[in-house]
Design a protein around this ligand. Structure first.
Ligand SMILES: [Zn+2]
Ligand SMILES: [Zn+2]
Length: 366
C-alpha cells in the first residue's frame, strides 16, 4: 500500500483502508467533533473490538522460576527491554534492590500469577489489597465481555495545539490492527504494589477497562502497517497525524525528532515515529488538538471538556474518563461507585478497593 498525496489531511477513504485488518465493530464514519483545544472539526470515527487480529496475545507471566523466555513476556525498565523469564522473576529482589520482592513460592518455584478474573481485577489497580500484591499480573483476553468495543474519534485534519498534551489520559493513538497505542504504563503504581505486569512480546497486555493495548511499538505492528517510501505507518495518533515505526525503511532513525517524537518531511508532512521499545513511551506527547476515545459507541466527542475540567484544573466536574483510566476501571464503574453527588469518597473508594487518597488524586481533587 502506498500513501499518496498530503497525509496531513488524510482522506477518509484512505484511513478506512488502513484499518482494513482491524477487528472493527462497525464501519468507520465521519462525525462532527470538538477537539481538546475547543476547535469544532470533522473526525474519523471507528469502533473496534480491543483484541488484535494478526497475533495471539500473551504469554505474559512464566509458570515457574525455571521457565525460559518463550514462556513469558517482556518488562520495560530504564529504557531497556527485559525478558520476563523465570530467572528474572526469581531475581527481582536483586533487580529492584528490595528484599520484599517475592513473586514465587520458594518451596515449589511456582510463580504467583493472577489466574482468575477477580485476581487480575484486584491486582491491576493502585494500592491493591495485600492479597493481590506480590503477584505477576496478567489478565486474559477472554475476561473481556464479548461485546466490548472502544470507539476512537480522531480529527481528519490535525489542528496544531497552543501547547502539546501528555499521552497519559488521551493515549497515543490507535494502531492499524485496531489496538490502542497507550500512553506510558503506570510503572510506579505497578511496582508500588510489588506486582509485575509484563507485556507480551508484541508489547501488549490486557486491562479490563481498555482491553488489549500496547505500551511499546514492536515488529508485530508491521503486519498491519501501511507502507510509505519513508517508513511503515503503524497507526494514527489521537491528534490525526500518522505514527511511523521508529526505524525507517532503509534502517536509519530520524535524528531531528521533537520532544513528542515527530518531525516534518517533504513527502509526508508532519508525522511521528514511535519511541524505542524500552522507553515506555510510544509518543512523548501530542502536538495537535486530540480527539476522544470512549467505551460507548454512540458517545459524542467533546475532548475540550476533559481538558477544561480535567485533573489539576480549578472547579468544574472531574474528568471521569481520565480518572477511570488512572484507577484502571471503566468510567461506568467509577460513576456507579461515586453515586449521586455529593459523593462519599470513603465509601466509593472502599467499593473500588482503593484508598480514598488514591481516588481523590485520580479525580484531580487536592
Ligand atoms: Zn497497560
Ligand atoms: Zn519521519
Amino acid at each position: 500500500m502506498l500513501i499518496c498525496g498530503n497525509v496531513k489531511a488524510a482522506e477518509f477513504a484512505e484511513l478506512s483502508t488502513y484499518f482494513a485488518k482491524a477487528n472493527t465493530a462497525s464501519d468507520p464514519k465521519t462525525v462532527d467533533c470538538t477537539l481538546s483545544g475547543g476547535t469544532k472539526a470533522k473526525c474519523f470515527q471507528i469502533a473496534v473490538k480491543p483484541v488484535p487480529t494478526a497475533h495471539t496475545p500473551g504469554p505474559w507471566c512464566p509458570d515457574t522460576i525455571a521457565d525460559n523466555a518463550d514462556k513469558g513476556g517482556i518488562w520495560l525498565d530504564s529504557g531497556q527491554v527485559h525478558d520476563v523469564t523465570g530467572a528474572f522473576v526469581k531475581d527481582m529482589a536483586t533487580f529492584y534492590s528490595d528484599p520484599k520482592w517475592q513473586l514465587y513460592d520458594p518451596a515449589t518455584g511456582k510463580v504467583r500469577v493472577t489466574d482468575t478474573y477477580e485476581s487480575c481485577a484486584g491486582a491491576a489497580k493502585p494500592n491493591a489489597e495485600p492479597e493481590f500484591q506480590q503477584h505477576c499480573v496478567e489478565c486474559q483476553v477472554d475476561y473481556l465481555s464479548a461485546d466490548k468495543t472502544i470507539t476512537y474519534t480522531i480529527p481528519l485534519k490535525p489542528i496544531t495545539a497552543k501547547q502539546s498534551s501528555q499521552t497519559r489520559s488521551a493515549g497515543s493513538g490507535v494502531a492499524f490492527d485496531g489496538v490502542r497505542l497507550e500512553g506510558p504504563a503506570p510503572v510506579t503504581d505497578i511496582l508500588g504494589n510489588y506486582t509485575l505486569a509484563p507485556l507480551d512480546d508484541c508489547g501488549g497486555h490486557v486491562n479490563l477497562n481498555v482491553g488489549y493495548h500496547y505500551h511499546a511499538a514492536t515488529d508485530c505492528l508491521e503486519k498491519t502497517a501501511a507502507f510509505t517510501d519513508h517508513g511503515k505507518a503503524i497507526g494514527l495518533a489521537m491528534d490525526g497525524y500518522l505514527i511511523l515505526a521508529r526505524v525507517h525503511s532503509d534502517g536509519s532513525i530520524a535524528s531531528d525528532l521533537d520532544q513528542c517524537g515527530g518531525h516534518t518531511t517533504a513527502a509526508l508532512g508532519y508525522h511521528y515515529h514511535a519511541g524505542e521499545q524500552g522507553s515506555n513511551q510510544i509518543l512523548g506527547c501530542l502536538v495537535a488538538e486530540h480527539g476522544c476515545v470512549s467505551e460507548h459507541q454512540d458517545a459524542q466527542c467533546d475532548a475540550s471538556v476533559s481538558v477544561k475540567k480535567g485533573p489539576g484544573s480549578n472547579g468544574g466536574p472531574p474528568d471521569f474518563t481520565a480518572a477511570a483510566n488512572i484507577i484502571g476501571i471503566s468510567e461506568d464503574e467509577l460513576k456507579n461507585a461515586l453515586g449521586t453527588q455529593p459523593s462519599d469518597f470513603e465509601k466509593a473508594a472502599e467499593t473500588l478497593g482503593i484508598s480514598a487518597d488514591a481516588l481523590q488524586k485520580a479525580l484531580g481533587r487536592p
